[in-house]
Design a protein around this ligand. Sequence first.
Ligand code: GLN
Ligand code: ZN
Length: 748
Amino acid sequence: MTTSIIGFPRIGEKRELKFKTEKYFRNEISEQELKDFAKDIRLKHWQLLKNSGIDNIPSNDFSFFDTTLDTAFLFNIVPKDNEELKLSKLDRYFALARGYQGEKGDIKALPMKKWFNTNYHYLVPQFSKDTDIKLTDTKIFDEFQEAKDAGITTRPVIVGPFTFLSLSEFNNTKPTDFVDDLVSIYQEVFQKLSDQGAEWIQLDEPELVKDVVGSDKELFKEIYQKLLKNKFGLKILIQTYFGDVRDVYDDLIKLPVEGIGLDFIEGRKTKELVKSGFPDDKILFAGIVNGKNIWRNHYQNSISLINSLNVKNIVLSTSCSLLHVPFTIENEDFPTKIKAHFAFAKEKLTELVELQAILEGSDKSVETQNDTLFKNARVTPNEKVAQAINNLTDDSFTRKPALEKRAEIQKNEFHLPLLPTTTIGSFPQTREVKKTRSKFRHNEISQEQYDSFIAGHIDQWLKWQEDIGLDILVHGEFERNDMVEYFGQNLDGYLFSKNGWVQSYGTRGVKPPIIWGDVSRIRPITVKWSKYAQSKTDKIVKGMLTGPVTILNWSFPREDISIKESTLQIALAIQEEVLDLEANGIRIIQIDEAALREKLPLRKTDWYSEYLDWAIPAFRLVHSKVKPETQIHTHMCYSEFTDIIPAIESMDADVISFEASRSNLEILDELQKQHFKLQVGPGVYDIHSPRIPSVEEITNTIHAILSKVPKEKVWINPDCGLKTRGITEAKASVENLTTAAKEVRKEL
Ligand code: GLN
Ligand code: ZN
């Protein structure tokens, strides 16, 4: 029995790749320097895997930004304007990821979407009539060669053709138009790798864990039937993750491939499927070590699972790429007793190797020692919290009066103009801001110094907001490192890593806190700065909170109680905060549910029963007790909720803002069709790119919105918070936004 992993965190132990890449973005280092650095980091990781005892090591799981983008770039699936950009190849690549605005042109970034049920984001490949599929990059081959030169024969990884087509967008074309071309190009890749001496290739096909029925299933079958006609001597691993493959299992095991990777952690039916029969001539890559959470593997369970399967050839693997967990626990300073419960990416390698040893009959002490972690209760339950949850009734989840009635009351309360303007909350987190927070954390400056720094920033930015004529102001979130960690720090039951970063998109990372025990609010969280900001202006300043579902989804959840239960605990804590803000004169409160969609089950059939039926009420619980005249906003960082519009509506917020500019306002047609009741701020420009939208561009977007949403219901705002932007571009963009809104207002 051997070991394998699906992929490894590429940003590096201390996020080295991020910092280097950002230096490159700032023109502080050359392209060559960045490339050399990337090469070193890849080598370091391969060697780490090898030295840890992992037998089957992947390559091409590295990326400068995103591996789906890498695949599109490899195959020349790029918009024409990018192909024609007179920039270096690497800069053209980055232009796809981040947009480009400079001497050589002005192009937008590709749309970005959440990667399945994770907080990782991929860039959405765009197919059009012009798409001319051909090999135009060499990354996958170069990286294989690099590893080979270092004495490691890797298994190159690439997004599989079915998943690739399923994730792409098609302008005036459809997936089936490209099957033949795509099949030939994958085969060309097989051939080249085979010539280079590769034995295996891993085709990532997470799309197979969704509902794969009807034409989707036909597409899958057609692709693989054609693709596997010629493998050029390569062994093929079809790797799935994030669930089970119940719709295609029978087809999958009949394919002429050598390996099939299945997820035993999130795949509720995987065990059952495998037990129904797995061919002797194939290898099962059994995903038994959780690639998504940070708790230690319970060896006894894994061993008995493997032993129960009755499969001849098994490779022990992770449930998904280790990209989704932090690098190592080594740099953390939790007490040893606590640390013992965690396994980050590097420690998961050890787990695989230890499991392998146990299965091969080595001495039992490792297994026994591991078992002690699970024998005794890890935490003592919080009785008060349990009581509060027990006491919840239907009323606890219902805000009164109904939305329409509240809208009237609030209209008289706020007297806002048509197309009220606002922002999503944060302003640029400059180096100065981050440094000052860090100095405060390390006791290098006093509370007073820190407070006056934050107050100074709030003052400046309030003034700017007043000057440019925004209608609803924000305080700017300068005191927050992160929209989840900041809350967690004021909640009992939470733990924080120092260096537990996980890639979110490109060079951006998140550091999910860990839910260790029962959650309750220790102290007011946001009241001080919200109150301060409100005291400084006659305009309304929005309170700014993170919602319970997002806090849960962006944390590493417990595995000893359900995520539903943890979410309700968090909801009660945030409810206290909402009421506190209201009591302190905050009249509009935004409760961000940026990550609501994240844990939406990948199978539609599970959406409500497994998730929305408790997640949406958890949100309602948070604001159910506020006064009718208090206006509740919510914000989502995406607009892919066409198919859960009733659920979004039943969150029962008064206003919702979301990202729509990057996805062509498509959601609005659907909102119109379904007579969506909430007021909406569809996001009039894309903040994920540094380019500054012109007044004209924004004006056009507003017109497009007005053609679909009644003017009384439209808010004008950027599509997300501005914390990742530089000051100049942030200000210029929002100024253009207010100018555009005022211009359009005149026409109404
Ligand atoms: N209020 C948050 C901000 O502006 C929202 C961030 C988000 O949606 N990711 O930063
Ligand atoms: Zn957002």
